[in-house]
Ligand binder design. Structure first.
Ligand SMILES: Nc1ncnc2c1ncn2[C@@H]1O[C@H](COP(=O)(O)OP(=O)(O)O)[C@@H](O)[C@H]1O
Ligand SMILES: [Mg+2]
Length: 472
């Protein structure tokens, strides 16, 4: 590792020399100057990692040198060296942004510790800002790809939201449409970006845990509460919280959430005192909340409170203009990731992805392209590199359609949807719930079957892409 460089500014030779000896022994590279002017020149020439500055210097005072260093590079920690009886100067220096101060005569062991701490804290703060920059980059609005009017509408809405600092946002859209992506982009483009972003998936947690995760609890609030726990809202103070799958939030927690949104304060579970925090709530759902309200599972007042600013991300199948743009974006991305040089899609492959319904939306498209890039290394993505359900697109093959034609319509007619539902359920029963077998019975791809099951509400895919099958 490169040695950390220290600048020592002191006109008393004996002090400068003692400091220098000790710091060199501790592994630092040291440069010493005797007055303020040389100190400033030296810093301009060669930024040190740390500076020791005596407050009494023959020309410019140490406080002035401190100000200059901070204006040149506020990241350099400055440790002031003060004589006894200059407490006021030390306080002034700290207020101006000095990292610390040491009193003469000083303890050399202590000096070494302070120097190391200063360097370490600078390294940590650099790392934090580097990480934040990276987070901002990976979650910026620029990563939301699409040219359709629908996506442009979403982007416009995000711009408006990030300008108004405090508003609550509701993001609606099917699984895989980009709700997480949009939620993060809102946080990382807003003024809150330097503060935490937290997210919680209400489906993934048992009902009893959602409330204590969000609001925290006091020691002894319930049997297992052996110690106090700080909740997400407190941890995210100043930042944003994404409440994913809010449709699955237990009713009691919804009530507490509504109160919190209105008063900006809450009590920990089992707590007596109010805690005030400032967070932006971003709620996301793939459920139709209006339906949930009708069936009594979601509070109507909370819905309208969240919906002050709504963002609806339409499914990919209604914005077909985005399909090829996204596909090429992912080709590029995975080419880089897997060091490949795939040139694009063949015209057949292009046609297939354009006519497919994408029930899993952008997430599914991304996975399909990732797989194709793994299978193909340099030329174009061919139809063979695509999963069967994408290629099949149309569910029936011609010969099978012929066989179906001996179906007779009942005398009084029947709604087609009912016939379909009936047959889907029959097939699943006959196949003992095995989806591939049921699909075969209906000459459907497994994917097409799943799509249909989803449409009639027998199959729900949650945000982690695991499925919840309703009993048939
Ligand atoms: N418009 C888009 N541009 C680029 N990537 C997208 C877009 N929409 C979704 N994605 C990607 O698709 C995947 C699923 O998106 P996600 O935000 O997790 O969806 P959701 O939360 O709605 O289920 C993620 O990898 C995301 O980055
Ligand atoms: Mg999600």
């Amino acid at each position: 590792m490169k040695k950390a460089r220290v600048l020592v500014v002191d006109d008393e030779n004996i002090i400068a020399w003692t400091l220098q000896e000790k710091l060199i022994k501790e592994g630092f590279e040291v440069r010493t100057v005797e007055n303020g002017e040389s100190a400033i020149n030296s810093i301009k020439e060669d930024m040190p990692d740390l500076a020791f500055v005596d407050v009494f210097l023959p020309d410019i005072g140490g406080i002035q040198v401190l100000k200059e260093i901070i204006s040149l590079n506020e990241e350099i920690p400055v440790i002031m060296v003060t004589g006894s009886g200059s407490v006021d100067t030390a306080v002034t220096a700290m207020k101006l942004g000095a990292y610390d101060y040491i009193n003469k005569p000083f303890n050399l062991a202590e000096v070494a510790i302070i120097a190391k701490k200063a360097i370490e804290s600078k390294r940590v703060s650099r790392e934090v800002s580097w990480r934040l920059e990276k987070e901002k980059k990976t979650h910026s609005i620029g990563n939301i790809i699409g040219e359709s009017k629908e996506i442009k509408g979403v982007l416009d809405m995000i711009q408006k939201i990030v300008q108004s600092d405090a508003t609550t946002v509701l993001i609606e859209g099917e699984s895989g449409t980009g709700k997480d992506l949009v939620g993060r982009a809102i946080h990382y483009t807003s003024r809150r970006s330097a503060r935490p972003f937290m997210d919680i998936n209400c489906t993934a947690l048992p009902d009893t845990l959602v409330e204590s995760e969000l609001f925290g609890y006091e020691k002894g609030a319930f049997t297992d509460a052996k110690a106090k726990k700080v909740g997400l809202f407190e941890l995210a103070d100043g930042g944003s919280v994404l409440l994913d799958e809010i449709g699955d939030m237990p009713i009691a927690t919804q009530t507490k959430l509504l109160k919190f949104i209105e008063n900006k304060r809450f009590k920990r579970v089992g707590g007596a005192s109010d805690i005030e925090v400032d967070v932006r709530i971003i709620a996301a759902t793939n459920k139709n909340l209006k339906e949930e309200i009708k069936s009594g599972k979601f509070r109507e007042d909370l819905y309208y409170r969240l919906k002050v600013i709504p963002i609806f991300i339409p499914p990919l199948r209604v914005r077909t203009g985005d399909i090829l743009i996204l596909a090429n974006y992912f080709i590029n991305k995975f080419n880089q990731e897997f060091r490949k040089d795939v040139k694009g899609l063949s015209s057949k492959a292009e046609k297939a992805i354009l006519s497919y319904q994408w029930p899993g939306n952008v997430r599914e498209l991304k996975n399909v392209i990732e797989r194709a890039i793994i299978l193909e290394s340099k030329d174009k993505i061919l139809i063979e590199h695509l999963p069967i359900e994408v290629v099949e697109g149309a569910p029936f093959k011609e010969e099978e359609r012929q066989q179906q034609s001996n179906f007779t319509l009942p005398e009084n007619g029947v709604p087609l949807e009912e016939v379909e539902k009936n047959l889907l359920i029959q097939a699943l029963k006959k196949a003992n719930g095995n989806q591939s077998k049921a699909a075969k019975l209906l000459s459907l791809s497994r994917y097409a079957l799943r799509y249909r099951l989803k449409k009639i509400g027998y199959l729900k895919i949650d945000s982690t892409d695991s499925e919840i099958i309703q009993s048939v």
